[in-house]
Write a protein that binds this ligand. Structure first.
Ligand SMILES: C[S@@+](CC[C@H](N)C(=O)[O-])C[C@H]1O[C@@H](n2cnc3c(N)ncnc32)[C@H](O)[C@@H]1O
Length: 255
């Protein structure tokens, strides 16, 4: 049975300047690229990828996969178990869609352009494992990219850890639990709103939205004072760019 060679390529978070030289040369040797469209033809993050391809690999074949629907209604994914069930159903459907897209490319190389870095809250590698489990033979390489976490740190000129201390990286959904378990230096991704707004205690926040793009926005200060401004700025960025993604570092004031 022939092998499909797959390159999972981190592309940074929206700026073509953040593609690595390795990513560019990998993109140039692809036979095809799979683009996952989350908005049925009008996904701004697909357009970002298309612009990168137009610049670095004009004419490369693209295979657009429409992302299967995902249950997001709060009353259906409120607790961790139902959230995980919903993700399971969605991943299974995505794996079937990827298998169908990859099957014709035996002995050729296909790329996935992963937002940021494939190691941070991205399902591509997990889904490719599921594709391989269906019997398609895959040979997968991973090329790292610049994550939103790194961009946040760079923009605020931050070292994410205090000397010799830990960094927790989590999601808005899990933030309260992490704090309850003692985390005090936390990078928060996948935010539905400013989930930190309700936290007990005294915190500083370093916040960034749409980092690396023309609509980039940064705020830094005391969490309680800044929370309303962050919420308002999320809306401003969303309206201007058509999408908003934000990430922040929370650090407890020293006692
Ligand atoms: C599905 S995760 C993917 C993360 C990505 N793999 C990475 O390495 O950054 C999406 C989350 O990453 C963060 N993110 C991605 N791009 C961003 C950007 N340009 N500016 C700010 N945050 C971003 C946001 O927290 C967003 O909800």
């Amino acid at each position: 049975m022939s092998t499909v060679h797959v390159s999972v390529i981190g592309i940074g978070c929206g700026s073509p300047d953040h593609l690595t030289l390795q990513a560019i040369s990998a993109i140039r040797r692809l036979d095809a690229i799979v683009l996952t469209d989350k908005r049925r033809g009008d996904d701004p993050l697909v357009h970002v990828r298309e612009r990168m391809l137009a610049e670095h690999a004009p004419g490369v074949e693209t295979v657009v996969v429409h992302d299967p629907p995902r249950e997001r209604r709060a009353d259906h994914v409120g607790d961790q178990a139902s959230y995980e069930d919903a993700v399971e159903v969605w991943h299974a459907a995505r794996a079937a869609a990827y298998a169908k897209a990859l099957e014709p490319y035996g002995d050729r190389r296909v790329g996935f352009l992963v937002w940021g870095d494939p190691a941070f809250y991205d399902s591509t590698l997990r889904i490719l494992d599921r594709v391989a489990a269906t019997g398609l033979t895959l040979d997968v390489e991973v090329l790292p990219g610049i994550s939103a976490v790194q961009l946040l740190a760079a923009r605020h000129r931050l070292v994410l850890n205090e000397i010799g201390a830990s960094i927790t990286v989590t999601t808005g959904r899990r933030l309260a639990d992490e704090v309850a378990h003692g985390a005090d230096n936390i990078v928060v991704m996948l935010n539905r709103s400013l989930d930190a707004g309700e936290l007990e205690g005294d915190w500083r926040i370093w916040w960034g939205a749409n980092l690396g793009t023309e609509h980039e926005s940064l705020l830094h200060g005391d969490l309680r004072e800044l929370a309303p401004a962050v919420e308002a700025e999320r809306d401003v960025v969303r309206r201007a760019a058509g999408w908003v993604m934000d990430v922040y570092l929370l650090r407890r004031y020293l006692q």
